[in-house]
Design a protein around this ligand. Sequence first.
Ligand code: ATP
Ligand code: MG
Length: 398
Amino acid sequence: IDQVFKQACEVIKVIEEAGGEAFIVGGSVRDYLSGREVNDIDIATSESPQRIQEIFDKVIPVGIEHGTVIVRHQGESYEVTTYRVEGGYEDYRHPDKVNFVDDIKLDLARRDFTMNAIAMSRNGELIDPYLGYESIKKKSIQAVGNPLERFREDPLRMMRAVRFASQLSFTIDSETKSALEEMSGLLACISIERIAIETEKLFSGKDYKLGLQLLEDSALQKHLPIFKGFQFQEDYPKAILYTWHEIIAFYTFSHSEISVEAFVNHWKLSNATKRKSEHLLSGLKIYENEKKVTPWLVYQLNEGSFASFERVCLALYDECDGLQNSMRRTKKDLIIHHRKELHFQAKDLISLFPARPKGPWISEWLEAIEYEVVTERIENNYEKIKEWVKSWNPPARN
Ligand code: ATP
Ligand code: MG
């Protein structure tokens, strides 16, 4: 068995020595068998969460009611979940109840796709009752059991099918695909928060164009806020977008009728996402004019957002490789990095115009000064700035 599973196998061994059974399951088995990089390793076990807490020293009880705990072992975390089957899905959100079972095969039966329903022992033996390994070799996404029933049980699985297609460059098996077309309306029953997680992963897949195409073909798109009116073929990002803020900056830039706020509200995304989207969008508006890295652009953008900014530019324009490096170089050479480094501050403006009541003009004027200094039109020098301020006529406000 591969080295990446070495430590997970030690966890399994400890469970076995305590009289239990455990297997590696889910995405890591699928990714390993398809030659992809393995990320989080999930373990399924016959033992109850209470028993796992007794067996290991460091256990974090993250979802005891669903049978899941996190076991910390040699600096790594493993999600260890007791074999379970799920009760009804009445509210389309969570299974009404979960029942613990003692057979791994029953646990595999509740999983969404055959490629995700393979268990691997610590010797590398596969328990693969649904022939998931065959599907992986055929690069095919196939529901476990009857796809119509499985999608009715949990309509989110339809979004998962599409995002796996995007991430893995797999095709959706024909029966599963027609179930998707038939059942797409049920997506309306799913909380937008759950849909948002899958959608972000879809955009970050290397075959995102295929994913977006599938959304359109299956009519799932009709149930996605903002996107429902889109013709994706005309709006394809030219490159992969990794996060919601990149996706939002990309679409609000090319669809000026959609505000970042509306986007974030409809998708119920976080304030942090809103802030980052607005930040990127303001950068794009500066970049648009000259299509090159300027001091003013890098002055406005946080260094932490350069990578995201480059990705959004790659998604919008044909030629902007190496943007990040050029941005870093330009940032280093900036005359000032922050408003507080200006040798002319709010108090100086106020004493120059004592008759004016304080108000937003102060910040606007400071920004105008920043612009002059950053773009090296004037020196960062008190007297020089004062001369400039005295002669400056701010543009009329409407
Ligand atoms: P990723 O690499 O993106 O994490 P994953 O396959 O590990 O992919 P997870 O969402 O982490 O996906 O879920 C872990 C496993 O749990 C899946 O492989 C699948 O077996 C099962 N699973 C997750 N969500 C569902 C669902 N909605 N219905 C049925 N099984 C599910
Ligand atoms: Mg996973």
